[in-house]
Design a protein around this ligand. Structure first.
Ligand code: MTE
Ligand code: MO
Length: 416
């Protein structure tokens, strides 16, 4: 990267100063935050129960915390601590198309180019932002969901009898994280954004994705300039510490509330364009195809409303004793308004208590005390409704890649 021809520093000091006094105060905060992001660790994380893995994911994946599928790993809901609101970095699911790259922050470069900049730039003449440049810019911290578009895909098979292709996630490819980064709007405006710009394409630095003998190139996906200017962040920290390698170190994109694939990890390039951009990740994948969907269904954006119990499937619960069932509910569109629970397979429903409302774009926590009267197998269900008026349906229409399974999930337990 450092050997690329004639890089131009993207944001000169005068650009930073143009952001004004408020931003300058933010700049100081960002600087002290960014001074030593990897080592400024207030407390060591709890020691993971098993040794580090040597696969496509670098962090330890103890089986008590994760279910692994090749290059991907999902969080076990029964390992979630109901007292903690945020998903700790070491517990967050990982979805890798290939494998986690090791990137040196000293040579890291984010290249920004395209004809959507007022001073149109070819990739060869890209603006270049270093890691140091980024962490010195004014930052914002937001709480937001991260959820894989295919989360809960396995239920297309087990609940609807129509298996969909892709990783057979249960409900654990989701988390809520406090992200810190630089607003993309600030960077684009300071570089000069053409009023005719329509799309931005984000490209990762991980290896090219090869599937079925076809090389699709680096993982990349376009999104509208409107989202870039609204709340997109160039993220370099999660939960107050540097991004872990598996989650995009040193810098990833965050498009709050949008499907997982929109949040490109190991961000290497941003192309800003006056004409619509495409990639296989918005034309071939991450759109609804098959089933009753039209051939021209749009690329997926906002996450649906969903919920989960913090409980193992087939968990054993005591008969005639009070158990407090807990869980979480989330939506990419709006805060969660209510959660209803059924403890009899969906015959009757009662309202759960929201014990913690979502912070920003994060999930809500809920609780439902239950005293099972009879022993034997039983099916629990939870059904969330968000403030945008969306409620989890009983079933969802099939699509070939099993995206956005937002129907109510049946959770079997045994009363003993
Ligand atoms: N560069 C790159 N970005 C990526 C991916 C990837 O494989 N490469 N996977 C995407 C998908 S499909 C998801 S769901 C999220 C997962 O983020 P996480 O691994 O930090 O949980 O990252 C997205 N960004
Ligand atoms: Mo994903």
């Amino acid at each position: 990267m450092s050997s690329d021809p004639a890089p131009t520093p993207a944001l000169a000091r005068r650009d930073v100063l143009r952001f004004g006094a408020g931003a300058a105060a933010g700049l100081v905060a960002a600087r002290s935050f960014g001074a030593a992001p990897a080592s400024a660790t207030p407390a060591a994380p709890p020691a993971p129960p098993t040794l580090a893995s040597t696969g496509p994911i670098l962090k330890p994946l103890p089986p008590e915390w994760f279910v692994t599928y090749g290059t991907n790993a999902e969080m076990r809901w029964d390992s979630v601590d109901p007292r903690r609101y945020l998903t700790p970095a070491e517990r967050l699911f990982v979805r890798n198309h290939t494998s986690t790259p090791t990137i040196d922050p000293a040579t890291y470069a984010l290249r920004i180019f395209g004809d959507g900049l007022t001073d149109a730039r070819t990739p060869e003449r890209a603006h270049v932002l270093s890691y140091r440049d980024l962490v010195r810019l004014p930052s914002r911290t937001v709480t937001s969901l991260l959820e894989c578009t295919g989360n809960a895909r396995s239920y297309f098979a087990s609940q609807q009898g129509t298996p969909a292709s892709g990783t057979a996630w249960q409900l654990g490819a989701v988390g809520t994280v406090r992200w810190t980064g630089v607003p993309l709007a600030l960077v684009l405006r300071s570089l000069g954004l053409s009023p005719d710009a329509v799309d931005v394409q984000a490209t990762g630095l991980d290896p090219s994705f090869v599937s079925g003998g076809v090389d699709y190139g680096r993982v990349r996906r376009p999104f509208p300039v409107a989202k870039a200017l609204d709340d997109a962040l160039l993220v370099y920290a999660m939960n107050g510490r540097a991004l872990p390698p598996d989650h995009g170190f040193p810098v990833r994109l965050l498009l709050p509330g949008w499907v997982g694939i929109a949040n490109i990890k190991w961000l290497g390039e941003l192309e800003v364009s006056r004409s619509p951009l495409t990639s296989p990740w918005n034309t071939k994948w991450y759109r609804m195809t098959g089933g009753d969907y039209p051939a021209d269904a749009p690329p997926l954006t906002v996450l649906p409303v969903k919920s989960a119990f913090e409980l193992a499937r087939d968990a054993v619960l005591p008969a005639r004793r009070r158990t407090v069932l807990t869980g979480r509910a989330w939506s990419g569109a709006a805060p969660v308004a209510r959660v209803d629970v059924s403890t009899d397979g969906g015959t009757s429903w009662e309202r759960a208590r929201i014990t913690r409302h979502g912070r920003g774009g994060g999930w809500a926590q809920w609780a439902y005390p239950w005293r099972p009267r009879t022993s034997g197998p039983q099916v629990l269900l939870s059904r969330a409704t968000d403030r945008a008026g969306r409620t989890q349906p009983a079933t969802v229409p099939y699509n070939d890649n099993g995206y956005l399974f937002s129907a109510v999930v049946r959770h079997p337990v045994v009363i003993a």
